[in-house]
Design a binder for this molecule. Structure first.
Ligand code: F6R
Length: 238
């Protein structure tokens, strides 16, 4: 695991954009694994800026997002589908993009089809991850055994509370999500984990304590052969 510590969020977003641009320049038809949440917003804005400047092209690239709330309509303002279209897909030229379908009536079938689609695409070349305050990656919450396949999961109180900031009063927050499991995440040839902000300092300290804490799903990344972690000073402040 390679660690890069930068001054602030802007520097992290720009360094992450460099990695995506390099990936697409080396392999224009890359399969990209994408994340949502606050952390990648700066990266996506930077990729849009570089696309508009003619520096990067997504026309041969395909993407698979990590997760989606369940149940949720694609056009719900807090759905990850809406987030991705608003922040990236409507502004650049991906050949194809995929997210788990939060509208499905058959989540198990949806999960199986999602894994098959990732496998048929040849697996993921570059997987972007954020880090939950409880150590989750995707929506793989801390537990005793972690699923390999895409799954319907219940969200923990910690995650519900961390993400409640996105749901205004009176808007019901889903308590479940469809998330890629460790099989698809670990199929990625390279993983880019971004960690920003003081709220992540405690879990970042645990992640880099030199132990694989089984109650910190992100610790499993320590076993992957090609992970780059880019974080800001606030996240590594402990
Ligand atoms: C989002 C995802 C989550 C987030 C994590 C951090 O697709 O899979 O694991 O990356 O909850 O969220 P932020 O960036 O909002 O702190």
């Amino acid at each position: 695991m390679k660690r890069i510590i930068l001054d602030n969020y802007e520097a992290v977003s720009s360094a992450a954009a460099d990695i995506f641009v390099q990936q697409l320049s080396n392999k224009p038809d890359s399969v990209l694994g994408l994340a949502t949440g606050s952390t990648p917003l700066g990266l996506y804005a930077e990729l849009v800026r570089r696309y508009q400047a003619g520096i990067v092209d997504f026309s041969k690239a395909r993407s698979f997002n990590l997760d989606e709330y369940y149940p949720i309509s694609k056009n719900h303002p807090q759905s990850y589908n809406h987030y991705m279209r608003k922040n990236l897909f409507d502004k650049v030229n991906f050949a194809q993009y995929h997210l788990p379908n939060g509208e499905t009536g058959d989540p198990q079938f949806e999960c199986s089809m999602y894994d098959i689609a990732i496998k048929s695409a040849g697996g993921i070349d570059l997987q972007l991850l954020g880090l939950g305050v409880n150590g989750h990656i995707g929506f793989n919450e801390p537990t005793v055994s972690y699923p390999m396949s895409t799954n319907l999961v219940g969200l923990t109180d910690s995650t519900l509370s961390a993400n409640s900031r996105f749901f205004s009063d009176g808007v019901k927050q889903p308590t479940q999500a469809l998330t890629m499991g460790f099989g698809a995440i670990f199929s990625a040839k390279r993983i880019l984990l971004l960690i920003c902000g003081a709220s992540k300092a405690a879990i970042t300290e645990k992640l880099f304590s030199g132990f694989i804490h089984t109650d910190v799903p992100a610790c499993l990344l320590l076993l992957h052969p090609d992970v780059i972690v880019i974080m800001d000073h606030e996240a590594e402040s402990k």
